[in-house]
Each structure stands twice: as structure tokens, then as C-alpha cells.
Design a protein around this ligand. Structure first.
Ligand code: NAD
Length: 500
């Protein structure tokens, strides 16, 4: 292609001027898609200053007008849905329907951002003391920063900048350096929709650029989505520098299968949830916990997984695409080997998978382990590949103990026809997103998306309508107005609690 990946700084699309340069490749072919040069310090400073200046006027643009920008943006994203899906498929290797799904889930957040005028409404109470009223307003914070991972290059940037900007902030997006092409197109379309110059900035970079941004005093709030290792670092650095933080991090998601669960639903759900998107989802099911006799289903699951495999983005028979990079593939293969060395039984080994006509893709076939114990690396680590660990327990209580003992708690599900078992599970499991007969329970953006325990740090108002709470300060105003001289202006209002 020979193109360079553009930054969007101070209202202009421009090349990076930093030292670090890398080739962006298609993970299904290793073919070069573009060259990316990271931003220089001077470019980052320019972006921050431009965003800070823009905030001074953008914060006063009426909320309905900011909402209208989101309506225009939503329409443009829909118009370009196929084109964005194809670009995203090149960037990530995702199969077309999955790539379009990534874009669609982002469009739904833009729809949520279009509700900003009502979501910005505060509270009010009249006569809190004699002649005194209190109202609260939500006011934007200033310059916000978003740092996003490789696995959803449309949806996750769209979780952040539309809501933050609709709330009256300006925004700097630092997407994953592994998949920069889709975010550039998202920003182009945002500008085409009429976003004012400088309201959004797009900076490409890696750890150094992120660290510089995190320490910069002008940045007020940071939304991060990515791995636990990086997220912990970002959370501590950001909070140390006085920023409001939300970090959505790594996962290890279990599906509990009760003996009474519907056989066909379990098998279908496990196939899609374990290997879909090549297992590169923070909500992928990577552990199936079979309770009692439910373990009889393992053979059926393996039989179905034998029938599916990876392939090219436009191959309608492919279940999923490649791992994002050769390094990611090597890591998955090394974990598969470790699983075998540590004594798990590999019922299906996808480490030698190939795809006709695409010999250089980062392919890994569906892989299933049984006889997995909690101390093994394949259980402890987030594999982020199409690998399913099957565990057997005697009771729902044992399943709950296992899930609640892990340090992370992003998503989980239970398959059962027993209302009491479902109720007990949803009530007692220490996990943020819970599915009952639903394998990947990602909520729509009128709800929040938050992992529990090690899957999340910071402010819980993530992603949906509630994100307005994250991207704004609440200001309460208590006022006392005199009219017709009927109040004594000199008297002290009594706002203390009267205990008598
Ligand atoms: P990652 O943590 O490697 O990268 C995420 C972002 O952090 C990128 O923009 C990257 O440039 C930046 N980064 C990387 N190293 C850094 C460092 N040392 N200092 C500062 N910034 C750094 O994550 P990834 O591999 O791109 O994405 C996969 C991970 O994201 C998985 O663990 C997955 O579970 C997680 N994820 C979580 C959610 C969620 O909602 N909880 C959603 C999607 C993905």
C-alpha cells in the first residue's frame, strides 16, 4: 500500500515525527499495510495545547448542539459500515461479520452519546432551608485521554471519545499501535460529521508516549482498556499524577455448565465464545466448568470445535481470523506446550493449523484441554487465543469458589434450566458481567461495562450512559433569592440539621 499512518494534531492530519517507526501488517498475510511513525514530544505537546484551547469554547457549546454532532456521526458511521468493516478486517484479520460487529457495537455507543442533553441533567431540590434551593450540574472536566487495545479498534475508541466530547470535553485518543488504521478512519469521519477543529486529537505511540501523556498536568481524566499488567501501571501512574482514572483490564472468563443445561445451547455457545475472534476478546470464554454429569458434554464440544477453524476475512466458511501478531501466536503456542508439559490432556491441538493459500498468517486452530488444574499456567494466564480449558467440579458451590478465587472477574456465564441455580450464581459470583444461558453477556451502552476485582481499577462509570459521571464534575449550587423584600437578607439561613 505504501501509505503512512496519519496522526490528527491541531486540526491537521500529519505524519509522526518521533524516532520510533514500525510496519503495520495484515496478520493473515504479513503484507505491509502502512508505515507508522510515532508522535514526537513536540507533536504531543501541540496536541495537548490544541485540545486545551478548544475546550475553552467547546465546553460552552449547548448540549443539544453537541448531541446533533453525534447524530450526524452515527449516520456517517452507518453509511460507511461496510467500508469500516473491511478496513478493520485488514487491520486485525477479523472475519468480515465479526469486523462489522466491532463497528456496530461502537455505533451503539455513539447513539448513547446523542442522548447527552438528557444524560447531563443534574438534580434539584427546592427549599432545602428556608428560602434556599439547591441544584447540581454536570460540567466537563477538560482534556481527557483514551488508551485503547488492539482487539476492538472501532468499538473501544468509540466507547470513549464520543461520550467524553458529547459531555463537553476535548479528547486525545492513543489507539493501539498494532491496529492504527481503523481509528484514523473513525477520526476522519468524525471531522466529516462536523466536529470542530481541535476537539479531538489522534496520537500514535507506545509506552513512552503514553507515559508522557499520563504525567502531563493538562490531562484531567484517562480511560484505559487493555491488559492487566499495563493497566495496573497506567492506573498507578495516572492517580499519582492526580488524574481521574478508569482502567478496564484483563480477564479469564468461566462458563459453568449445570447437568440440566440444554445440550445444544451449551455446545453452540462454547464453540462461539471460546474461539470466536480467535479468542482475542476480553469476554471470551476460556474455561468451561462442568458440574457433575455435565462433563459428558465435553466430547460433543470437541466434535463441534473440530469442524471450525480460522481463515481469511472474506471467507464465509471461516469461523475466525488470525492472532494479531507473530509474537501473539508464539505466546499462545508456548502456553499450549506448557499446558501439555504441566500434565493437562490436550483433546484438540490447534498449534499446527494452516489455511490454504495463506501460509504466512498467524493461525491457531481450536484447542481444547481437559484435566486442567487451577495451578497450571493455562488456567492462571489469560491466553487470548482459541484455547478452551475444561474443568470438572462436583457442585455449583465448587464452581463459584473456583471463579471467585481468581484475581480477575470480567465476565462469566451459567447454562442451566434451574432458576434457583441461576439466581444463586448471579447473586454470589464476584464478576462484573454475568450471563444466564448467554455466553458473552456484554451489556448495551445504556448500562455500564465494568469488570470486578483485578479486571477493573478506578471509577466504575465506564462506557455507557453512566460514563457521563466519569467525564464530568458535579457542581452543586445552593442559592437564596430575595424578592419583594419579604426575606430578611441579613438573617443567617439555618442549613444545619435540626435534631430536635
Ligand atoms: P495492552 O495492554 O498491551 O495495550 C493496551 C494499550 O496500552 C495500547 O494502546 C498500548 O500502546 C499501551 N501500552 C502497552 N504497553 C504499555 C506500557 N508499558 N506503558 C504504557 N502504555 C502501554 O493490551 P492489548 O494486548 O492491546 O489488548 C489485549 C488486552 O486487553 C487483554 O488483556 C484483554 O483482556 C484486554 N481487554 C480488556 C477489555 C475490558 O473491557 N476489560 C476489553 C478489551 C481488551
Amino acid at each position: 500500500m505504501g501509505q503512512t499512518v496519519k496522526h490528527f494534531i491541531a486540526g491537521e492530519f500529519s505524519d509522526g515525527q518521533g524516532q520510533h517507526r514500525l510496519a503495520i501488517t495484515n496478520p493473515a498475510t504479513q503484507g505491509e499495510l502502512a508505515q507508522l511513525t510515532f508522535a514526537s514530544r513536540a507533536q504531543i505537546d501541540t496536541a495537548i495545547t490544541a485540545a486545551a484551547d478548544a475546550f475553552q469554547t467547546w465546553r460552552d457549546v449547548p448540549a443539544p448542539e453537541r448531541a446533533r454532532l453525534m447524530l450526524r456521526y452515527q449516520a456517517l458511521l452507518k453509511e460507511h459500515h461496510d467500508e469500516l468493516g473491511e478496513l478493520l478486517a485488514m487491520d486485525t484479520g477479523k472475519v468480515f461479520e465479526d469486523a462489522k460487529g466491532d463497528v456496530w457495537r461502537g455505533i451503539e455507543v455513539v447513539e448513547q452519546a446523542a442522548n447527552i442533553a438528557s444524560n447531563m441533567m443534574g438534580e434539584s431540590s427546592e427549599n432545602v432551608a428556608n428560602g434556599i434551593d439547591t441544584v447540581s450540574y454536570h460540567q466537563p472536566l477538560g482534556v481527557c485521554l483514551g488508551i485503547t487495545p488492539f482487539n476492538f479498534p472501532a468499538m473501544i475508541p468509540l466507547w470513549m471519545f464520543p461520550l467524553a466530547i458529547a459531555a463537553g470535553n476535548t479528547f486525545i485518543l492513543k489507539p493501539s499501535e498494532q491496529v492504527p488504521l481503523t481509528p484514523v478512519r473513525l477520526i476522519e469521519l468524525f471531522i466529516e460529521a462536523g466536529a470542530p477543529k481541535n476537539v479531538v486529537q489522534l496520537i500514535h505511540g507506545g509506552a513512552d508516549e503514553v507515559n508522557y501523556l499520563l504525567e502531563h498536568p493538562t490531562i484531567k481524566a484517562v480511560s484505559f482498556v487493555g491488559s492487566s499488567r499495563v493497566g495496573e501501571h497506567i492506573y498507578t501512574t495516572g492517580t499519582r499524577h492526580g488524574k481521574r482514572m478508569q482502567c478496564m483490564m484483563g480477564a479469564k472468563n468461566h462458563m459453568v455448565i449445570m447437568p440440566d443445561a440444554d445440550r445444544r445451547s451449551v455446545v453452540n455457545a462454547l464453540v462461539g465464545a471460546s474461539v470466536g475472534a480467535a479468542g482475542q476478546r476480553c469476554m471470551a470464554i476460556s474455561v468451561a466448568v462442568f458440574v457433575g454429569d455435565a462433563k459428558a458434554l465435553i466430547g460433543d464440544v470437541v466434535a463441534e470445535l473440530r469442524k471450525v477453524g480460522p481463515g481469511a476475512w472474506d471467507d464465509a466458511s471461516a469461523a475466525y481470523g488470525p492472532q494479531i501478531s507473530q509474537a501473539a501466536k508464539a505466546r499462545v503456542l508456548s502456553l499450549i506446550e506448557q499446558g501439555q508439559n504441566e500434565g493437562a490432556t490436550c483433546l484438540l491441538d490447534g498449534s499446527q493449523a494452516t489455511v490454504d493459500g495463506l501460509p504466512d498468517g498467524n493461525w491457531v486452530g481450536p484447542t481444547v484441554f481437559t484435566d486442567v488444574s487451577p495451578d497450571m499456567s493455562i488456567y492462571q494466564e489469560e491466553i487470548f487465543g482459541p484455547v478452551l480449558c475444561c474443568m470438572n467440579v462436583d457442585s455449583l458451590d465448587d464452581a463459584l469458589t473456583m471463579i471467585n478465587s481468581l484475581p480477575v472477574g470480567n465476565g462469566t456465564s451459567i447454562f442451566t434450566n434451574h432458576g434457583g441455580a441461576a439466581r444463586k450464581f448471579q447473586h454470589e459470583v464476584l464478576v462484573g458481567q454475568v450471563g444466564v444461558n448467554v455466553p458473552i453477556p456484554v451489556p448495551l451502552p445504556f448500562f455500564s461495562f465494568t469488570g470486578w476485582r483485578g479486571s477493573f481499577r478506578g471509577d466504575l462509570h465506564a462506557y455507557g450512559k453512566q460514563a457521563v459521571r466519569f467525564y464530568t464534575e458535579t457542581k452543586t449550587v445552593t442559592s437564596r433569592w430575595i424578592y419583594d423584600g419579604d426575606l430578611d437578607q441579613t438573617a443567617e439561613p439555618n442549613m444545619s440539621i435540626n435534631l430536635r
